[in-house]
Structure formats: structure tokens, C-alpha cells
Design a protein around this ligand. Sequence first.
Ligand SMILES: NC(=O)c1ccc[n+]([C@@H]2O[C@H](COP(=O)([O-])OP(=O)(O)OC[C@H]3O[C@@H](n4cnc5c(N)ncnc54)[C@H](OP(=O)(O)O)[C@@H]3O)[C@@H](O)[C@H]2O)c1
Length: 303
Amino acid sequence: MLENQTILVTGVTGQVAFPVAAELAKRNRVLALGRYGREGDRKRVAALGAEPVVGDLAAGEFGEVPDRLDYVLHFAVAKSGDDDFDGDLAMNAEGAGLLMQHCRKAKAFLHCSTTGVYRAKSEGRIDEASPLADHHRHMLSTYSICKIAAEAVVRTTARQLELPTTIARLAVPYGSAGGWPWFHLMMMKGGVPIPIHPSGPNYFPLLHEDDYVSHIEALLGLASVPATIVNWAGSEDTSVEEWCRYLSELTGLEPRFEASETALEPLLLDTSRLQSQVGPSKVHWKEGIRGLVAARNPELLKG
Ligand SMILES: NC(=O)c1ccc[n+]([C@@H]2O[C@H](COP(=O)([O-])OP(=O)(O)OC[C@H]3O[C@@H](n4cnc5c(N)ncnc54)[C@H](OP(=O)(O)O)[C@@H]3O)[C@@H](O)[C@H]2O)c1
């Protein structure tokens, strides 16, 4: 268990890193780097027991971040959604390299990437050596390309600095902090059609926040030079159709699916590398989805 370590976490005001910082701050000194431009963010982060540190990755400004750290967990991301490749490359790719340079004395660096770097496959599972592509182009135009570019920078910098590094390609994180299934729930509530790819079932593996928080130490343990790359997903094959139907069972709200060629193409993952290191995920997806609704919208639960 990580204890009495100084850990820098980026992206703590976002969905994924918030529960990570919350758990680690119970036993470690957690520095939470971010811009803190929104009211209330600083208070929310400090309430976890983490120390907010103002900085800006795109500008290479690291404020009061000491260069002596034990570990770095890099979750921050820019996904402008408006074709700002210049800004998003500066933040996601250059920012990652500048952060590694600043934290080069750390014992290990965990870079959170995405399964949105992969090319969808019509047959078989996607493992870490599978081809890459601009998977998210119809939804977030800069996202996949900038995340691939960030991986390339992280790989290079790990070798240049001999900084042990893990690149974890995260699938669909969800839990009390939200996530894609929660957006679907909100679409169901608003009567908004849910786009699904015609080549369904739309497989995307969910990963509950309790599971991904519990994986952090093992992922840091995999850090190496050259960087280790690992798919970071739950061990059940879940699909958009399946979890929306279950949301419907729980709430009585009906999903309206709309087949579209521009919906995200399904990604059926091979998680054997992760499972051999950390074991199968523990939160059954139905239990996790029920927990999400209970935490965020208890008023929608039937009965
Ligand atoms: N959410 C998902 O479904 C999902 C799926 C797969 C992979 N991932 C990966 O998981 C990681 C976290 O994603 P998320 O969804 O939690 O992100 P998010 O909710 O969009 O939050 C983005 C975070 O990045 C920080 N940030 C943005 N620009 C910054 C800058 N210039 N300097 C410093 N910090 C900056 C933001 O902090 P401030 O605004 O306070 O600066 C915020 O904390 C990312 O690497 C993402 O690619 C997410």
C-alpha cells in the first residue's frame, strides 16, 4: 500500500483523478496540480486532504511543485472539441514531456492514456500491440491524435531521462464521479437519442472507480524504461446497449438508440496483461451502475 509518499497528481478537478487523489491523500502527501480557474475547485480538492498547487501544463508552469517527489500520476487532459490542435498538442503532448522533465527524480511516472488511441477491429480483441488510429475523430476531433502524440512524447522522455514509466490506456471509467454511463442516463432522462455504431454490440469495457483506484500501486510497479504500455479496463465485456438497458431496469427510463456511422466504434479489449499483474476487476458492472445512480441521481431509482 502506498504510504507516507509524496505524490503529484494532475487532473484532480476532473472525473478520473478525483477519487484517486481522495484515496491516496488518506495515507500520503498528495499535491494536486491544476489551473483552479473554476470557483470551488480549490476547496473541493483541499477537502480531500490534498494540497492544491496552481500550475499550467500547456505553459510548462509548475508553481510550487518540488522536484523531489516519490511518484507522479498524470491524468490532466485537454480535449477542446473545437479543432484546436495547436493548443491541445501543447497541453497533452508538450505538457507531458515538460512535466516529466520537472519530475525526473521521481521513482515512477504513471501516464493515463486512453483506449481511444486504437483502431477498431471487426474481429478479435485489441491488445497493446494493436494498430492505432483517430478513433474519436467524430466526437472529439483532437482527442485521439493528441493522446497518441502524448504517448510518443512520454515514451521518448522516459528513455531520455531514464524515468520508469507506465502508460495505462484507460477504457470507460465510471462511478460516483460520473462517466459515460451517467451521460447516457442523462440522455435517457432528457429523451435524447443515444448514438450507437451499426457494427454493434457496442462493446466498451467499464472500469469502476473502486477498481481503478486500487490498481494505482500495481501500475506504478509496472513502470519501466522503455515505458510499459497496458490496457486499463474491467475484465467484463460490457456494451452500451447492455448498460443502458440495465439503467432502464433501474429507473424505468427508456433508451432511444440511434444507429450512426459517426458513433464511436466498439472496442473489444484484451486485458490479459493487466489481469496478470493486478487480477480481475472486483466490482461487477451491474453493482457499479446501480451505485452510480444511487450516488448521483437517487431520485431516479424505481421503488
Ligand atoms: N473520462 C473518461 O471517460 C476517460 C476515458 C478514457 C481515458 N480517460 C483519460 O483519463 C484522464 C482523465 O480524464 P478526465 O475525463 O478525468 O478529464 P476531465 O474531467 O476533462 O478533466 C481534465 C483535467 O485536466 C486538467 N487540465 C486541463 N488543462 C490543464 C492545463 N493546461 N494545466 C493543468 N491541468 C489541466 C483540468 O484541471 P483544471 O481545469 O483545474 O486546470 C482537469 O482536472 C485523461 O488522461 C483522459 O484521457 C478518460
